[in-house]
Design a protein around this ligand. Sequence first.
Ligand SMILES: Cc1cc2nc3c(=O)[nH]c(=O)nc-3n(C[C@H](O)[C@H](O)[C@H](O)COP(=O)(O)OP(=O)(O)OC[C@H]3O[C@@H](n4cnc5c(N)ncnc54)[C@H](O)[C@@H]3O)c2cc1C
Ligand SMILES: *[C@@H]1O[C@H](CO)[C@@H](O)[C@H](O)[C@H]1NC(C)=O
Ligand SMILES: *[C@@H]1O[C@H](CO)[C@@H](O)[C@H](O)[C@H]1NC(C)=O
Ligand SMILES: *[C@@H]1O[C@H](CO)[C@@H](O)[C@H](O)[C@H]1NC(C)=O
Ligand SMILES: *[C@@H]1O[C@H](CO)[C@@H](O)[C@H](O)[C@H]1NC(C)=O
Ligand SMILES: *[C@@H]1O[C@H](CO)[C@@H](O)[C@H](O)[C@H]1NC(C)=O
Ligand SMILES: *[C@@H]1O[C@H](CO)[C@@H](O)[C@H](O)[C@H]1NC(C)=O
Length: 588
Amino acid sequence: MECSTWRSVSIIILFTILSFVGSGYSQQAERYSFLNQAAEAPITSYYDYIIIGGGTAGCPLAATLSHNYKVLLLERGDSPYSNKNVSNLMNFPDTLADTSPTSAAQRFVSEDGVINSRARVLGGGSCLNAGFYTRASPNYVREAGWDGRLANESYEWVEKVVVFEPTMPKWQTALRNGLLEVGITPFNGFTYDHEFGTKIGGTIFDGDGNRHTAADLLEYANPEGLNVLLHARVSRILFKIEGRVRPKAYGVIFWDQYGKRHKAYLNQGADNEIIVSAGALGSPQLLMMSGVGPRDQLEALNISVVLDQQMVGQGMSDNPMNAIFVPSPNPVATTLIQVVGITKFGCFIEGASGSNFIISGSNFTGGTPGRNFGMFSPQTGQLATVPPKERTPEAIARAVEAMNSLEESHFQGGFILEKIRGPISTGFLKLKNRNIDDNPSVTFNYFKEPIDLERCVRGIQTIERIIKSPGFSNFTYSDLQMGTLLNISTRFPVNTLPRSSEDTRSPEQYCRDTVMTIWHYHGGCQVGQVVDLDYKVFGTDALRVVDGSTFRFSPGTNPQATVMMLGRYMGVRIQNERLARQRAARET
Ligand SMILES: Cc1cc2nc3c(=O)[nH]c(=O)nc-3n(C[C@H](O)[C@H](O)[C@H](O)COP(=O)(O)OP(=O)(O)OC[C@H]3O[C@@H](n4cnc5c(N)ncnc54)[C@H](O)[C@@H]3O)c2cc1C
Ligand SMILES: *[C@@H]1O[C@H](CO)[C@@H](O)[C@H](O)[C@H]1NC(C)=O
Ligand SMILES: *[C@@H]1O[C@H](CO)[C@@H](O)[C@H](O)[C@H]1NC(C)=O
Ligand SMILES: *[C@@H]1O[C@H](CO)[C@@H](O)[C@H](O)[C@H]1NC(C)=O
Ligand SMILES: *[C@@H]1O[C@H](CO)[C@@H](O)[C@H](O)[C@H]1NC(C)=O
Ligand SMILES: *[C@@H]1O[C@H](CO)[C@@H](O)[C@H](O)[C@H]1NC(C)=O
Ligand SMILES: *[C@@H]1O[C@H](CO)[C@@H](O)[C@H](O)[C@H]1NC(C)=O
């Protein structure tokens, strides 16, 4: 009796939570009382923690610290809740395609020539991404020096609010079957865990295709302890230098959308801190702009050197992605990533299917004009039919035009992609100027290390076998119909396998020519190089970096789970350690 009462109570609570969580974005323009515009902020203000970057790590970190401290979260972008491009799976390409200064995505092109994107919105990359959610392996967690139990608790904290089990359309099921048939076994079912074999992962899109993001983790915040400022562009961290052995961060300068300058300072208190969570491009960029970085680079830009730190901006990596379009004789639903094959040879195989059609007069709310291939649309910068350095705006325009002249049936199909584990190849980031709104220059050196290239080649060969596997047969043309396929592909701005007689490229060259990004770039403030195991910036006081810039390798098959986990994890650790110090101080 008592037990069943409890059960119905908890079912009611569950429904209340679910209906709250699932209630959609449209009516939530002002979802939180603590969301404010930077322009409304005073010229100077004081906080216990100032977090720079309301992204995938910054939001869970701020939510956690707000329970015991006064926290300021500074985000340069807008709220995701009023942005239709962010809110639904079908709109995936729209934000990436929007290159205006108000877009939630800021396009950048690496020196390698690959077109890429970084977030400029509360919730960060989780507002732009393909939604796939999967944890790091226990081995990765161990090597990162994280406490396994707290890491698991932190993953669970995230999963309760933003992660869902996907419903599997036939195309994704066929991909799963193909992966198993080519030997990427066992089948591990639906799981967040990272294990060899094939699995179905979580997704931050709910059953209606609505996106749930790191900004939703602010639900956990204590509204009394948190102020989130939107359109707050931080241009500099301020350091006390005089009379100190180590420079100590004590405040920040930020600009509102009307170009007015504000300052926020740390309250008095030995434990108060500034935490940089501005992402893999933003964090090293901001450290350098603030005088922490390689002396020669800073001096060349007249930035006064606070700390000569040669490793800031080093160790930048972007996992190469190569993808193959597989035209289907049967209709396919639009899906982003749901299934992954985790191979033993160091590559992850995933897929996305379908396409979007913006038909004027329809009730579709997306903005990308014309037809597109979802995740692999030239409009978003993904154009693998020409080598990286030839992906000019003109080349993109030609591809878009070619696509718009195709019949709808030509879009029927899906992409099977491979991402290289790691990667081992690394590059570097440099400032171009002292404008925080501009992208720094970044070089990823895709495939510089031979092992990355070998893994790509094996990945492409594996995809070829998947396409030929019986399990995938409903969604590909048979060998007999390959002529049709090739005929289609010569007119398509997408890649197919390098099998035509004209394509004499080696598999290695094919990998280099068709490399794209899966947007998992990381590094620049790596643990052991720029920050210590507590994420404190070496050689400074009261300053940490907590985000994807601290990673040496991309965690799991896809990183967002671990980035969100890390925000929560570090929030709990910082708070617990501080409370323990206070207790110890009281006892003595
Ligand atoms: C298109 C795309 C698809 C992806 N697909 C997946 C996927 O399916 N699964 C997956 O796991 N991962 C995916 N990822 C990767 C994942 O989303 C990112 O690795 C992750 O979001 C990075 O988190 P972060 O906290 O390091 O940086 P971000 O989330 O980018 O956060 C940085 C924040 O800091 C802000 N900021 C930067 N500079 C300043 C400044 N000076 N002042 C104020 N604010 C500033 C930015 O606006 C941003 O909000 C994808 C990413 C993209 C872009
Ligand atoms: C959505 O995307 C479209 C096309 O990319 C763009 O024109 C529009 O301004 C975007 N809307 C918002 C709210 O950012
Ligand atoms: C964390 O969870 C994973 C499963 O997701 C498990 O394999 C691992 O042992 C757990 N670690 C600890 C320390 O409990
Ligand atoms: C740096 O300062 C010097 C002297 O004021 C000036 O000549 C030079 O142009 C400046 N360089 C940059 C990159 O601003
Ligand atoms: C329009 O809305 C209806 C009902 O919600 C839906 O079934 C249909 O797929 C939508 N059409 C488009 C083009 O989005
Ligand atoms: C192909 O599709 C048909 C019709 O839906 C189905 O019966 C069959 O099982 C599918 N084949 C495979 C290999 O999945
Ligand atoms: C190739 O496509 C063109 C244009 O659609 C068509 O005329 C031709 O018959 C096709 N050839 C083959 C071999 O399918």
